[in-house]
Design a protein around this ligand. Structure first.
Ligand code: BES
Ligand code: MN
Ligand code: ZN
Length: 500
């Protein structure tokens, strides 16, 4: 979908989109069209349930006296209330609407939408386009027999707004973030016979084209470093494990700040291993690399928009399979940290991957902070559902920043507790730590406590995104499937707090 900004209406869009505020108050442009069409918009509003509430749409098809095939009236809510997220969602819903009705070229007349609000018209217009682009994502490469009538139609979206150059400039940056989100969605959507540690590594390597330095640790190298926790998870698979280190160095030369670190769980398929999962829904476990996918997409976003900051992304990539060579319940492994781990349940594998990845990251890079992302526990879905991720942290300031960034981009995260009593639940009788807690109690917390044992004094936060990496329903800016959750959140965390 091609997105452009102009100050004047293009000659012949086939869909003309205009706004109406709450209580059916037409915007200036809408009022003009209403006049030209003999009051068709006013009649359409009263003939429908359209009140002008946000994200409502009503169409006037084949209006007399206009070249456009349809006029779409879009609800804006009360004047001055539409904000960044609201307008992103409007852009997203609009794209879905236009594709549903078969529009090919649409123009949105953005006039006075921002009046009385806090955000400038060009910035809001850019965010409308950003939402539109985010929603336009599709993963269709394996559909070979799709009927033309079920394919999306919208090929071009023109945003007619004041300050088109400024809007374009703001959008340019957001568009690079969307590139990162799309990359994550692609990686998460790919099946596990296509994306496994070696091929996911190859995908990460494509970022070197944007100036990201990509370094790959093979199993031999990992073994030398003592990463037996991660290697143990991968040992049942015929696919080799990998650890990938991606570095973006965008900080001004004089900057002496330590870099920021992001660590991702990349289990390219999680069968559970010998503690095998039930068959129903197991296909979902292709997206158990959603944390790694988000870190890779984040690196793409940061490099794409030339972020002025030094960042490292570390992803641990393994496939968790049952086989004759698979790790057994009861096995004890010595992690890179030197701590021994008793494996009680081979399905609690993500924390084993992260244990070595976190330890490696903090000892090698001494980062300013580490944030890990992982589809770590079903228990976080029990606790929070599929509306927000859990955040666990040893640093209140970092946790607060993550919560704020999540609010700002519409990827909410909810602070979860840590504590000594949970920590005790993972003491092992024969090793330093075991990989599960008591029964199923506080499952997402004991998982986070496990990670904390592999973090020293480094400020750290863990995002349990098990409920967020995949969606079964379309929402504003996120079509169903891989969501790319985490990319926008962490891009915003960095932009708002750390970039100079
Ligand atoms: N990858 C799963 C967690 C998960 C579940 C992610 C559902 C997305 C949707 C993780 O590796 C796992 O299996 N966790 C176990 C831990 C248990 C064995 C302590 C779980 O949550 O059941
Ligand atoms: Mn598992
Ligand atoms: Zn898993």
């Amino acid at each position: 979908m091609k997105i452009t900004f102009t100050a004047r209406s293009p000659a012949e869009p086939d869909a003309l989109v205009v706004g109406a505020f709450a209580d059916r108050v037409l915007s200036a442009a809408a009022g003009e069209i209403d006049g030209q069409t003999g009051g068709a918009l006013t009649r359409a509003m009263s003939a429908s349930r359209f009140t002008g509430a946000s994200e409502q749409f009503v169409d006037v098809v084949a209006p007399a006296a206009l070249k456009a095939a349809r006029v779409v009236l879009a609800g804006l809510g009360k004047p001055g209330t539409i904000d960044e997220l609201g307008v992103q969602n409007l852009g997203g819903s609009l794209v879905a609407h236009l594709n549903r009705v078969g529009a090919k070229r649409a123009a949105v007349i953005f006039d006075g939408w921002s009046d009385g609000g806090k955000i400038s018209a060009p910035a809001l217009a850019a965010n409308l386009a950003y939402g539109a682009r985010l929603r336009s994502y599709r993963f269709a490469k394996y559909r070979t027999k799709e009927k033309p009538e079920s394919k999306p139609t919208l090929a071009a979206l023109t945003v007619v707004a004041p300050g088109p150059r400024q809007a374009q400039a703001v959008f340019g940056r957001l568009d690079r973030v969307a590139d990162g989100v799309f990359f994550t969605r692609d990686l998460v959507s790919e099946p596990a016979n296509v994306i496994y540690p070696v091929t996911l590594t190859a995908q990460a390597k494509t970022l070197s084209g944007l100036g990201v330095d990509v370094e790959v640790l093979t199993e031999a190298r990992m073994r030398k470093l003592g990463m037996n926790a991660i290697l143990g998870v991968g040992q049942g698979s015929s696919r080799e494990s990998r650890l990938v280190v991606m570095r973006w160095s965008g900080a001004p030369k004089r900057s002496k700040e330590p870099l920021l670190a992001f660590v991702g769980k990349g289990v390219t398929f999680d069968t559970g291993g010998i503690s095998i999962k039930p068959a129903g829904g197991m296909e979902d476990m292709k997206w158990d690399m959603g944390g790694a996918g988000a870190v890779i997409g984040l690196m793409k976003a940061l490099a794409g928009r030339r972020a002025k900051i030094d960042v490292v992304g570390v992803v641990g990539l393994v496939e968790n399979m049952p086989s004759a060579s698979a790790q057994r319940p009861g096995d004890v492994v010595t992690s890179m940290s030197g701590q021994t781990i008793e494996i009680i349940n081979t399905d609690a594998e993500g924390r084993l991957v992260l244990a070595d990845a976190l330890w490696y990251c903090q000892s090698r890079f001494k980062p300013r902070f580490m944030v890990d992302l992982a589809t770590l526990t079903g228990a976080i879905i029990v606790a929070l559902g599929k509306y927000q991720a859990g955040v666990f942290s040893n640093d209140d300031a970092l946790a607060d920043k993550l919560v704020a960034a999540g609010q700002a981009v519409g990827e909410p995260v909810w602070r979860m507790p840590l504590g000594e009593r949970y920590d005790k639940d993972i003491n092992s009788d024969i090793a330093d730590v075991k990989n599960v807690g008591k029964n199923r109690e506080a499952g997402s917390i004991t998982a986070a406590q496990f990670l904390l044992r592999f973090v020293n004094e480094t400020p750290w936060a863990h995002l349990d995104i098990a409920g967020m990496a995949w969606s079964k329903a379309d929402t504003g800016t996120v079509p169903k499937g891989g969501t790319g959750f985490g990319v926008r959140l962490l891009d915003r965390l960095i932009a708002d707090n750390y970039e100079k």
